[in-house]
Design a protein around this ligand. Structure first.
Ligand code: SF4
Length: 313
C-alpha cells in the first residue's frame, strides 16, 4: 500500500471504549462512560484492515484500554500483522504490576504515553479522583524502566488546578528521563471541562506562562521534543518548534475510530470544527499555521487575549 499523497505517516487512533478506572474531573469523555465499548471483534477487524490502509502507527486509547480483558490480544494482533508501532495512552495504574507490564511488552506494545496531572499525589489524585493513582502511575513508569524499555512518554492536561505545578511536573518528567512530553491545554468543548468551565479552564494568558516554563525545563535537560498542544501561537512566540499541531500536520495523517464516531481526517476537522480564530486574528503573520482557541473557550472568555503577530513566519 502506498503512503497517502502527502507522504505523511498514517496513524489510526482507536478509542476502544470510554470506561476508565480513573475519573478525571476535566475528562473530555466524562459524559460518554455508558456508551457501549467496541467489541474485541470490532477492534480486531480494524487492526486487520491496517495494512491495506497503509497504517504505520496504531494508537489504542479509551477511556482506559489497559482495563479491557482483551488488551494483550489486541497488542498481539497488531504485532502479528506487522504494524510498525503500537502506542497506548494510559493513566498508568495497571502498569504498577510488573508482570502486567512485562506481558504488555511481550505482546507487542511499542510505546506508552503516561498521563501525569500533578507532580505529587495531592494534585494528581485530586484531579483523577482516585486516591493512590499517582503512586501506581509512578510505579508503572519505574516498571518500564526496570524492564529496560525506553519508549515512555508523558502528557499533562493543563487546568487551573495544576498550571502552577507545571514546572514541578516538568522536574518529575526529567527525573524519569522522559524525552517526549506534551502539555495539553484542556479542551472545554465537551465533557468535564465544559460542564464545569469556570472551575477548571484557565486563561491561556496565565497557563501559557507555566507551559513555556515547563518546556524550558525540558530544553535545559536536553529534551527538545517537549511540546504544547491546542494553544494559540501568539502566546507561544519563540516556541513554534514546540507546538504539537504544527509538528503533526507535517508528519502525520490521522484517523480516529471510536464507539460513537469515525473521523477520517482529524487534523482538518479539528481546525474547522473544534477551534477558531476571530476577527482579531486578521492580518496575523502566522494565521495560516495557527488553529486559534477552542470554540467554547472563546464563547466564555472572548478573544481579548489574542494578539496578532506582525513579523513572524
Ligand atoms: S492572533 Fe490569532 S492567528 Fe495570530 S497567533 Fe493569535 S490566535 Fe493565532
Amino acid at each position: 500500500m502506498k503512503k497517502n499523497k502527502q507522504e505523511k505517516r498514517r496513524k489510526l487512533v482507536i478509542f476502544t471504549g470510554y470506561a476508565c478506572n480513573n475519573n478525571c474531573v476535566f475528562c473530555i469523555n466524562a459524559d460518554k462512560r455508558k456508551i457501549r465499548p467496541k467489541t474485541t471483534q470490532e477492534i480486531l477487524r480494524e487492526i486487520y484492515a491496517c495494512s491495506k490502509k497503509g497504517v504505520e502507527i496504531l494508537e489504542l486509547i479509551g477511556g482506559e484500554t489497559t482495563i479491557r480483558d482483551d488488551f494483550f490480544s489486541l497488542l498481539a494482533a497488531a504485532k502479528k500483522i506487522g504494524i510498525k508501532e503500537t502506542i497506548i495512552a494510559t493513566n498508568g495504574r495497571m502498569f504498577s504490576d510488573l508482570s502486567f507490564t512485562k506481558k504488555a511488552l511481550e505482546s507487542g506494545l511499542g510505546a506508552v504515553i503516561f498521563s501525569v496531572h500533578g507532580s505529587d499525589k495531592k494534585i494528581h489524585d485530586m484531579l483523577t479522583c482516585v486516591p493512590g493513582s499517582f503512586f501506581q502511575l509512578k510505579k508503572g513508569i519505574e516498571n518500564f524502566k526496570k524492564l529496560g524499555f525506553s519508549k515512555v512518554n508523558g502528557n499533562t492536561t493543563v487546568v487551573k488546578q495544576n498550571m502552577r505545578d507545571l514546572p514541578k511536573i516538568a522536574d518529575f518528567y526529567v527525573s524519569k528521563g522522559i524525552r517526549n512530553v506534551e502539555y495539553i491545554f484542556v479542551d472545554p468543548n465537551y465533557g468535564g471541562a465544559k460542564n464545569n468551565f469556570d472551575k477548571y479552564v484557565p486563561k491561556i494568558s496565565a497557563a501559557s506562562v507555566f507551559m513555556k516554563k515547563a518546556i524550558d525545563i525540558g530544553l535545559k535537560a536536553g529534551y527538545d521534543q517537549w511540546k504544547a498542544r491546542y494553544v494559540p501561537l501568539c502566546h507561544f512566540r519563540g516556541y513554534f518548534d514546540h507546538i504539537s499541531e504544527i509538528n503533526e500536520r507535517k508528519l502525520f495523517f490521522v484517523e480516529h475510530s471510536a464507539p460513537d464516531f469515525v473521523n477520517k481526517d482529524v487534523l482538518t476537522s479539528r481546525r474547522k470544527a473544534g477551534r477558531k480564530k476571530t476577527r482579531r486574528c486578521f492580518g496575523c503573520s502566522v494565521y495560516a499555521i495557527c488553529e486559534g482557541l477552542w470554540k467554547e473557550y472563546l464563547a466564555v472568555y472572548g478573544d481579548a487575549e489574542l494578539k496578532p503577530i506582525k513579523n513572524e513566519k
